[in-house]
Design a protein around this ligand. Structure first.
Ligand code: ZN
Length: 243
């Protein structure tokens, strides 16, 4: 089985299409939340995931877009994008977003899926080894897949309870072993590691392998749509820099 693991698409259809083309034939698509927010194509991204029968959980920006997260918790530009997104969503797509779960456990594939962290699925950022270690008691599978930080990265549990953190470049590969692993595919629609190419990972549960990948996409086409829609220009600019 070959699974494309995507996160933080953020309404960027060009990036999503590039990732799906790059992944080629897959048996499943898993999405770790923040399908919408920031970008210009909320309905199109949701519809693409629905078409693919993706397993999808909910992220903080998805909740904001359906009015279930207070906008005071977002910076001004993210809040403006959330308000814009709220106005665009069709009733069906809004309903789909509202019914995404916070956590999915796929025991046969050894995986728990959450947006932020297993301890706090919506809001917590797993950014260091202390936070990763504190989250180990909150999932039972060998692998926990997370998004939210937009950083392609992994936190591997080593013997003695130590955690090793690694930022993952394209082609970087991990094999599941004894220790548990928290893995982040990075962001499809708004990477924040200085590389503007869409980030995701391919997971093969039978082999226990995860491979991080990057897919370049026409950033300018997404930027043009954002400006035409009246979304904050800084959100468009940052896509070119990958921050
Ligand atoms: Zn996000």
């Amino acid at each position: 089985m070959r699974v494309a693991v995507l996160s933080d698409i953020h309404s960027n259809l060009a990036a999503l299409e590039a990732v799906l083309a790059d992944a080629g034939a897959v048996d499943a698509v898993w999405c770790l939340g923040d399908v919408v927010g920031y970008g210009p194509d909320p309905n199109e991204c949701i519809e693409r995931l629905r078409e693919l029968h993706a397993v999808c959980i909910v992220g903080n920006h998805d909740l904001a877009a359906v009015g279930r997260a207070p906008l005071v918790d977002f910076h001004a530009e993210a809040a403006a994008a959330a308000r814009w997104t709220r106005r665009q969503l069709t009733p069906e797509n809004r309903e789909w977003l509202m019914t995404r779960p916070e956590r999915v456990v796929l025991a046969d594939q050894h995986a728990t899926l959450v947006h932020g962290s297993p301890r706090d699925p919506i809001w917590e950022y797993v950014l260091n080894t202390q936070i990763a270690a504190g989250n180990l008691p909150y999932f039972d599978t060998l692998l926990c897949l997370i998004g939210h930080t937009h950083l392609p990265s992994s936190f591997q549990e080593l013997a003695g309870g130590r955690i090793e953190v690694t930022l993952r470049e394209a082609g970087s590969c991990v094999r599941l072993s004894e220790g548990r692993l928290i893995a982040n595919p990075g962001s499809v629609g708004q990477p924040r590691d200085g590389n503007p190419a869409a980030s995701y990972l391919l997971y093969e549960p039978e082999q226990g392998t995860l491979v991080w990948r990057r897919a370049p996409y026409p950033v300018e086409s997404t930027q043009r749509k954002m400006l035409a829609a009246g979304l904050p220009p800084r959100l468009a600019r940052r896509l070119a820099e990958g921050w």
